[in-house]
Structures are given as C-alpha cells and as structure tokens.
Write a protein that binds this ligand. Structure first.
Ligand SMILES: [Zn+2]
Length: 327
C-alpha cells in the first residue's frame, strides 16, 4: 500500500482582481484557507449574509457556455477555470470569496488562478485525501456529439480529442494530470469560441466583459486573438482544462483515465453526476450497520437468530419486518 496522501489547503489568503466575463463588472476574488473535509466553497461577499455555495455537482444549475452552480436563488457563474486550477494544483479545501457573481475571467485561461494559488501556497493537512477509484467503466454522451469514457487506472489521466465544425481544428492530446504538467501544459491554454456562436451573444450584450484579450475567436479558418497561439494545439489543451474543472465538482480526486471525444460542459457534468451516483452507491454499501453495544447488546448468536426471525416475520405479515431495519 502506498503512503496515504493528505488533504491540502492554501497557506494564506491571496487576492486577484479583474473583469467578470458576462457582466463586464470589476470583481475581486480572494482565496482563503479552509479546514479538512471542507471542500471548495464559493462565497458571495457582495450579498446580504454572504451566502456560500458548495462546489458540488448537486448544485450544478446550467452548462451553457460555462458552468454555473447555485443554492437557493444564489448563483456563481463560470466556475470551471478556477476549479480546474484548484483541483490540478492539489487544493482540496478552500473558500473562494468574490464580490460579484463570477470570477474575473483573466486572459481566458487558468494561468491567473495558478499564479494566485502559488502566491497563497499549498499546505498539507492531517486527514487523508478522498479518492474515487474507477472499478467499472463509466460513460457520458451529449447530443452535441460529446463522448466521455472513464476507465480504471491508478493515476488521473486524460486523453482528449477536440474537433471543431466540419472537423476543422481536430487536435488530440493525452497526459497524466499532475500539478507540474498542469502548470506547464494546460493552465496557459485560453478559452476559444466560434464566431457564429458568440455573434448573437455580442449582439444581445450578454458578454460585456468578452474581448480578444480573454478569448480566442475562430471565424472560418481564421484564428483571432490578441496574442499568437500559445500552443499549436491550444484548443484541446483548453478542453482538458475544462474537463478537470467540471469533474472537480465530484469533490474527490479521481484515479482513472478519461477518454474524451469533443467534450463539452454538458457531457463533463453528466460524467461528474455518474461518478457521484456510483460513489453514493458504494458509500451506502459500506456504511456500518448499527449493532447495539453495551449491556443491551446482542451477541452474535442472538443477532443471527433475531435476523432469521425478522426475515420470517417480514414474509408472514406486512409491517412486522419494519422493526428490524438491519435486515
Ligand atoms: Zn473553459
């Protein structure tokens, strides 16, 4: 058995300001340390009572263009890039405090968040990490042609094929996801959008903070961006970035190999849901039975006789079995 891996949080609070993609407002994000088993929570500092939202798949609200989570009427949009950086850089527990409804978009990549995490530092805590070990393949598909398959593996790996309209910009990349690989190969990859998809949004003024400084725009065969491509295959790298961010909503580290074809937020979220369902099933199976202890406890012999009686009772009449919930 390998030595257990421990949970990690950030060493101290660090902040980063910028523009919110959808509203165009200025937003300041602060990353705070959090205790073990806390997970990642977003805090809306700008709202009364400063509500928090757990970064859990149960709180997923929408997946159009970006990943939105919420609890009650409170929402946080575009969480996938900061979640990707936190997950890949090994931060299990943190509070992401913001004074708006989405993080600053930065340059459209996860680089600003990696820089933020580096400034805050990453420190080990004294509880073991929680993992999801893939035993049987899981998969998710979406109408858009997205297909994700999760296979058993002793590491977290992603093999991804990205393809644009008419299979233009088809790119493939496979890697083990470690903090060093993420920082070097994935974090700098920027968001890319197709002109025909964003034109209607620009016309409706729905992406006020969007510009060529925080996204690459693909129009036909042309690639428009403020600076040249950072990688020849920047698009598939950003797709991997988004997969890591969306799957962070599982709340456990995944040991498995994701094979993704044309992934998108909807299919990523579906896979996160399947993983969580499987984890819930396993937890229910392994939950300890409540066996009475102390003077009123039953010894093994009595317990098994009692179980048999309960079984017969349940078979004979409705309701009798309900007094023996352990059976
Ligand atoms: Zn993205």
């Amino acid at each position: 058995m390998p030595a257990p891996e421990f949970q990690h949080t950030v060493g101290k609070t660090a902040a980063f300001s910028g523009t919110a993609l959808h509203t165009g407002d200025k937003v300041t994000l602060k990353l705070h340390p959090a205790p073990v088993d806390h997970g990642i929570k977003f805090k809306r500092k700008d709202l009364q009572d400063e509500p928090t939202i757990d970064a859990k798949i149960e709180n997923l609200k929408t997946v159009e263009r970006a990943t939105t989570i919420g609890e009650g009427s409170v929402r946080v949009h575009t969480v996938e890039h900061i979640l990707s950086a936190l997950s890949a850089m090994g931060v299990d527990n943190a509070i992401v405090e913001m004074d708006a409804n989405e993080p600053p978009i930065g340059d459209g990549s996860a680089q600003p968040y990696v820089d933020l995490i580096r400034r805050a530092g990453v420190t080990a805590q004294d509880e073991p990490r929680k993992f999801f070990d893939v035993r049987e393949p899981l998969h998710a598909e979406a109408k858009t042609g997205s297909l994700l398959v999760l296979l058993p593996d002793n590491k977290f790996r992603i093999s991804c094929t990205q393809a644009g309209p008419n299979n233009r910009f088809t790119q493939f990349l496979s890697m083990d996801v470690t903090p060093a690989v993420f920082e070097r190969e994935i974090a700098p990859a920027r968001t890319f959008v197709y002109y025909e998809d964003v034109k209607p949004l620009m016309d409706k003024n729905l992406i006020k903070g969007g510009s060529l400084e925080n996204a690459i725009v693909v129009r036909g065969d042309a690639v428009l961006s403020k600076e040249p491509l950072r990688f020849g295959d920047e698009f598939v790298r950003h797709k991997i970035l988004d997969i890591i961010g969306d799957l962070a909503l599982v709340g456990r580290r995944i040991r498995g190999h994701i094979v993704a074809v044309k992934p998108g937020h909807a299919a990523n979220a579906d896979l996160a849901r399947s993983i969580t369902r499987e984890q819930t099933r396993r937890s229910a199976m392994s939950a300890p039975r409540a066996i009475p202890t102390g003077d009123s406890g039953l010894d093994t012999g009595t317990f098994s006789r009692s179980s048999c009686d309960a079984g017969r009772d349940a078979g004979r009449s409705n309701g009798a079995g309900s007094q023996h919930p352990a059976v």
